[in-house]
Structure formats: structure tokens, C-alpha cells
Design a binder for this molecule. Structure first.
Ligand SMILES: [Ca+2]
Ligand SMILES: [Ca+2]
Length: 219
């Protein structure tokens, strides 16, 4: 049984059989907004561009690596003191599946639209915290998106072997009117990795604001 995460919950990365979760995916599944015309004869589909990103911090709380869409404009990122986006960490331990700018068209396909694969055994020794967050690059807020679900699972970008934990964003009233979420963090305690499901919605309209918020208030 997958854990149904609640805001602020801290969990060990232990499976029900006692084994440690080391290789897993963090994914977000969401759908485009479909609306019917006045007479219900035609459907209008509006793309939704959510962006799953992460930053990695060392023991001093300084950022040492990041993953976010390479499609973010470099000149805008520079205003926030941030480097260009990329889809793999320097140590090769984490990979991003790429920027999905549309969401599912034609209903829930059961697969996550943006996925970060994690191999904790290969993470650089200096990394002690990894924050995951979600921004909406478009105008909608989370209450307008038909579904948005975050989960951790074992498997690949195209196959879910076993779900470990999940969080249903669109079912939460606290996300209405919000366009960004600080999802949670992996953190190393002694030598063991754990996960804290932060689940805080924010008013940020750009990823740079979310990263500054994490650096200021969450690390
Ligand atoms: Ca996206
Ligand atoms: Ca999907």
C-alpha cells in the first residue's frame, strides 16, 4: 500500500518489506484543461505547463546543484542569480524527463508528465538536502487544473512498478488560487535519507521566487 502523504509528514524511505528505497522516481501527473463550447458540440483544450524542479544543498545550506527546465530564459534566471536550467545533476544520480508544456490531452493517461529519477547511492557526498517544488508557467491556479498528483514510485519514466507515496494536489483546498508548491525534501540524517512532505502552496509566479523562498525559510 502506498503512503498517502499529508502536509508536513516525515517518512523513512523504507518499503513495507523493510528494504530501503534507493532507486525511485518523483513524478507529477496532470491534465490539460478541457472545456465544452456553448452547445457542447466541440471541446476546447487549454495546455497546462507545470514544471517539476529541484535544488540540492550542502551541509552549510548552500546550493550545490539544481535541475529545472532548460527552457527557462537565461536572462530572467540571471535576475535571480540562478544558472541556466539542466536535466541531469553533476553527479549523474538524478535525471529529469524533460519539460512537458501541455499536460495530458484527452484524459488521465496514468503516467507522470514530468519525472525526476533518483539514485540515492550515487548522490554526491556533499549533498544533504534535496528540495522538490512545482511551478505553473501558465496563468491557471491549481484549482483550475483537472488533476495534479505527485508521487514517489519504483519503476521507470514509462512504467510504474510500485507506488511508494502519493499526494493529490488538486484535491486540497489550500492549493486554490496558488501557482507554486514546495513539495518536499529528501534529507540525510547521519547516513540515512528520509523524506519530509512539506506541501506548502505559495503565491510565486516564477521558479526564481520559489528557490529564493526555500533558501530563506526552508533550509
Ligand atoms: Ca513543464
Ligand atoms: Ca499524465
Amino acid at each position: 500500500m502506498a503512503i498517502n502523504l499529508t502536509k508536513g509528514q516525515r517518512i523513512d524511505l523504507r518499503k513495507s518489506n523493510g528494504a530501503t528505497l534507493t532507486n525511485f522516481c518523483v513524478g507529477v501527473n496532470w491534465g490539460a484543461i478541457e472545456s465544452k463550447s456553448l452547445w457542447g458540440l466541440s471541446k476546447k483544450v487549454q495546455d497546462v505547463d507545470l514544471d517539476l524542479s529541484c535544488i540540492l544543498l550542502n551541509a552549510n545550506g548552500d546550493p550545490c546543484d539544481h535541475m529545472y527546465s532548460p527552457l527557462y530564459r537565461v536572462d530572467v534566471l540571471q535576475k535571480f542569480g540562478l544558472p541556466a536550467g539542466k536535466l541531469i545533476t553533476a553527479d549523474g544520480a538524478m535525471r529529469h524527463s524533460g519539460d512537458d508544456r501541455a499536460g495530458d490531452q484527452g484524459g488521465d493517461d496514468g503516467l507522470d508528465n514530468e519525472i525526476i529519477t533518483v539514485d540515492l547511492s550515487k548522490i554526491s557526498a556533499e549533498v544533504t538536502q534535496i528540495f522538490f517544488f512545482l511551478n505553473n508557467a501558465g496563468q491557471e491556479d491549481f484549482s483550475q487544473i483537472p488533476y495534479a498528483k505527485i508521487r514517489m514510485y519504483e519503476g521507470t519514466t514509462t512504467h510504474v512498478k510500485e507506488e511508494f507515496a502519493s499526494y493529490n494536489v488538486s484535491a486540497e483546498a489550500q492549493f486554490a488560487g496558488k501557482k507554486a508548491i514546495i513539495m518536499g525534501k529528501l534529507y540525510k540524517k547521519d547516513t540515512e535519507w528520509k523524506f519530509n512532505a512539506i506541501g506548502d502552496p505559495t503565491d510565486d509566479t516564477f521558479l526564481g521566487q520559489t528557490i529564493h523562498r526555500i533558501m530563506k525559510s526552508y533550509k
